[in-house]
Design a protein around this ligand. Sequence first.
Ligand SMILES: [Zn+2]
Length: 329
Amino acid sequence: MPEGHSVHRIARQFERNIVGRTVTASSPQGRFVEGAAVLDGREALEARAVAKQMFLRFDGDVWLRVHLGMYGAWDFSGDVSVDATIASSNGRMGQTNQRGTVVDEAIMDAAGENSLSSIGAPRRARVRMSEQTTGLDEQIEWPPPPVGAVRLRLLTDTTCADLRGPTACALQTSDEVQATIDKLGPDPLVDDVAEGEERFTATVKKKPTSIGLLLMDQSVVSGIGNVYRAELLFRARQNPHTPGRDVPEEVVRELWRDWARLLPIGVETGQMMTMDDLDPEAYRRAMAHRDDRHWVYHRAGLPCRVCGTTVLMEEAAGRKLYWCPRCQA
Ligand SMILES: [Zn+2]
């Protein structure tokens, strides 16, 4: 499932290539024909990501709300421009590294997790934005024939965005959007970070639910999925099973601050980089391979990188939870 950083990246892509333009909207698959007819011919005015949802505003107080869920993805094709800062995003990443590592060129992930940043701006390309990015292949026909079940196609003169497999794709008024957002926990890239910390801390300190489940609850905090959950808890050396109200307040606050640190790095690089203090070679390796950039996620049965104890995996609310029983005792 795409975590918060992916959704923020998608919103940024909309800001660059769709916002400010009039769209031709259609539903090649046929399941969003009426909604597409409402959007057709309107100008996109704003793209907002909150938690794992994206809200696209069109003229006339019409909003499109999209939740990708487990299998949804956006494919961009045509002119797909990349923010000038992306080219140096790894340099910026480097500055967040406490050893001061600065890496000039983008390091591509073997699994294509950060494929978007491989595109020079602007160029003709086909980009799939989801957790399972497939990289690029050259685009010839324009507009491209829809492939598979495209719920919604938004087309400008030069860019095509195809939505497949979302959990939610619906039109809303601004009041309805606000009501949706009000139900979501704070998002460090949307809300004031200090206020978000207070809200998050107050909520967690009231709950008997385990902190491992609370971090995944989008009404408690926005954008955290399975990878960030495991990694944040390890970084805090916090047992995932502790009820929220029993987690020391300072640890709760640190979890929020750490999320506020990691999320922008994910948005910039397209990768859920959760390790600090890497030397340049280790940093390069971590950027290129998912298995080299996490503390415990996806490491069941392997020795903990810190203490050597076998990392455990268990099912929690249907999702795999990874943790070190010694470091997070
Ligand atoms: Zn350990």
